[in-house]
Design a protein around this ligand. Structure first.
Ligand code: VG1
Ligand code: CO
Length: 539
């Protein structure tokens, strides 16, 4: 039976860079999740007769959330849900299913790289028929309606068994429980030359993939070990756990130090990769070598000819403003357009849909292409393996040759976490006001060329987005400041710094960027305002 439940708004359901993210316990409050889902439904004109892809990264509250979602979709008249077996679905696999089945969209229950568990975070990513997360115009509408909500609809039917593949029905809605991996594999087989990759492993090539106890374990085991023939045990931490085993499933130098240490040890494999909680981020490592995500995007772009799906040419590339300019150098040399967008994958969607770009990426360990409308962690690793298989070169060789050709852009991101929201907001507004006065000033040996907010005019829908403050220096160095939009409490200030070098490729990154970091802190008065003398996380 369909029930109408009276409710009251919580008022804080604003979606950030990657959907709605809250503390798990906040999401578990009475009617909280329900309010949000009903607000999404209301904002898109209802779900009557519509079909959606549904799944999550398996974190704490995933199972309960999916059951609630099913009952609400049924009560609101949805036609059908395609649900990953056991409620599991990586973000890229979900995007693929939306496009492949031409559904009206999809819901992924994940707070991505944020820690999970009862004391961690939970989240909802909502994608529309593009396969990508919806633009700000829609998230604004959802937020507005969530502040006015008075009731939601839900079926009182029993929980649905999601362990068996096949068809079921609840109210008038059809449910199809599917193997979330097979379609994803089929998609990747169309992009890459799997035989070439099989031969690579046959030749004795060794790799390690760290799933960080999150969603990509079963995907990676099937793809790398079962299909491509990587040695058994190559995929580690392969079972998704509700609390990710206490890990912070963010594949970077800090949160996957285990993998980094392993790759700098005597036991290191030829290659290593890791993915985040929901499988859209990737980290690339070679033997005793780390590739920055910005370099990775540039290197993939410069080697697209080694991948069957791209070898006949690509439309163009795009990066977020905070990502280093490495990829734009490649684009320029190869006569490709290079778009610079605000942080957040949704900004790439219009560019892909209008055939302006094929490859894109962000400094935050996200790389992808127009095969779907989300970043894709396993795709990025297969791309790297394809280059290695075709060239016979190591990760380090490939990267060093890239630097020889284009110069090296030293890059690092510094995060100041747990700030008081009002302090962080004021820091940004005061800094913005000060920017024009910084022009031509010298700081610690660096002369400022220009300082301004980053403003993006979407060439497709004409919308304008302002995100972050950028200081450009005369030598090509750059500092970008922005506040994170994925946190579940407090504020995080991100300071992104890059500095190019044409000849010296062997400096320590932190040392190279030291004076720029000092400048970044002075200009924004970070220590005085936040009490922090150094960043909490450097990646
Ligand atoms: C962060 C990253 C951004 C990424 C977003 C979602 O956002 O910086 O590049 O698109 O997370 O990624 P923010 O606003 O905290 O800087 V995921 O893997 O969390 O969906
Ligand atoms: Co993610």
């Amino acid at each position: 039976m369909i029930q109408t439940i009276k409710t009251q708004p919580y008022g804080d359901q604003k979606m950030g860079t990657g959907g709605l993210r809250k503390k798990t316990k906040v999401m578990m409050q009475e009617n909280y999740f329900e309010n949000f889902i009903q607000s999404v439904f209301n904002a898109i004109g209802g779900v009557k007769g519509k079909t959606y892809v549904v799944g999550g990264d398996g974190r704490c509250f995933n199972a309960e959330a999916i059951q609630k979602f099913i009952k609400m979709a049924a009560a609101n008249g949805a036609k059908k849900l395609l649900i990953g077996q056991n409620g599991y679905m990586s973000t890229p696999a979900g995007s693929n299913l939306i496009l492949k089945n031409k559904t009206n969209g999809g819901f992924t229950f994940s707070a991505s790289h944020n820690p999970g568990g009862i004391n961690g975070d939970f989240g909802v990513k909502y994608a529309n028929e593009t396969g990508g997360q919806v633009p700000t115009s829609i998230t604004d509408k959802i937020y507005q309606l969530s502040k006015e909500i008075t009731e939601y609809k839900i079926s009182d039917a029993a929980d649905v068994d999601l362990s068996q593949i096949g068809f079921q029905k609840i109210e008038d809605m059809e449910i199809e429980v599917i193997d979330p991996i097979s379609d994803y594999v089929t998609m990747l087989e169309k992009i890459f030359d799997f035989n070439a990759l099989k031969n690579l492993f046959k030749s004795g090539f060794s790799m390690r993939f760290d799933a960080m106890n999150a969603i990509t374990g079963p995907y990676a085991t099937r793809i790398f070990e079962d299909i491509l023939g990587a040695k058994q045990g190559s995929v580690i931490r392969a079972t998704p756990l509700p609390d990710f085993g206490g890990l912070h499933p963010d594949p970077n130098l800090v949160y996957d130090k285990d993998l980094v240490d392993f790759m700098y040890s005597a036991q290191a494999t030829d290659f290593a990769g890791a993915n985040d909680g929901d499988g859209d981020r990737n980290m690339i490592l070679g033997r005793h070598f780390f590739v920055t995500p910005s370099d990775s995007l540039a290197i993939l772009t410069d080697n697209y000819q080694y991948v069957p799906a791209y070898k006949n040419g690509i439309y163009g590339v795009a990066k977020s403003a905070a990502t280093s300019t490495a990829v734009c150098r490649v684009a320029q040399a190869r006569n490709l357009p290079c778009y610079v967008v605000p942080t957040g994958w949704k900004y790439f969607v219009n560019l892909m849909d209008s055939n302006r770009i094929t490859l894109c990426g962000e400094e935050s360990f996200g790389t992808g292409s127009s095969h779907i409308r989300e970043k894709d962690g396993i795709w990025a690793i297969l791309f790297w393996l394809s280059i290695i298989a075709a060239t016979g070169k190591s990760v380090e060789q490939i990267t060093r040759e890239h630097w020889e050709k284009y110069g090296r852009i030293y890059y690092m991101r510094f995060d100041f976490e747990g700030l008081d929201t009002s302090v962080a907001d004021k820091l940004m507004t005061d800094l913005e006001e000060k920017l024009p006065s910084l022009k031509d000033k010298y700081f610690n040996g660096y002369e400022i060329q220009n300082a301004a907010p980053f403003v993006y005019n979407d060439p497709v829908d004409g919308s304008t987005t302002k995100n972050g403050l950028v200081i450009d220096f005369k030598d090509g160095s750059k500092i970008t400041y922005r506040l994170s939009g994925t946190g579940s409490s407090g504020a995080t200030l991100r300071v992104y710094i890059e500095s190019p070098d044409k000849t010296n490729f062997n400096q320590d990154t932190q040392q190279k960027l030291q004076n720029l970091l000092k400048t970044a802190m002075e200009v924004a008065e970070i220590s005085i305002r936040t009490g922090k003398t150094k960043a909490d996380v450097n990646t």
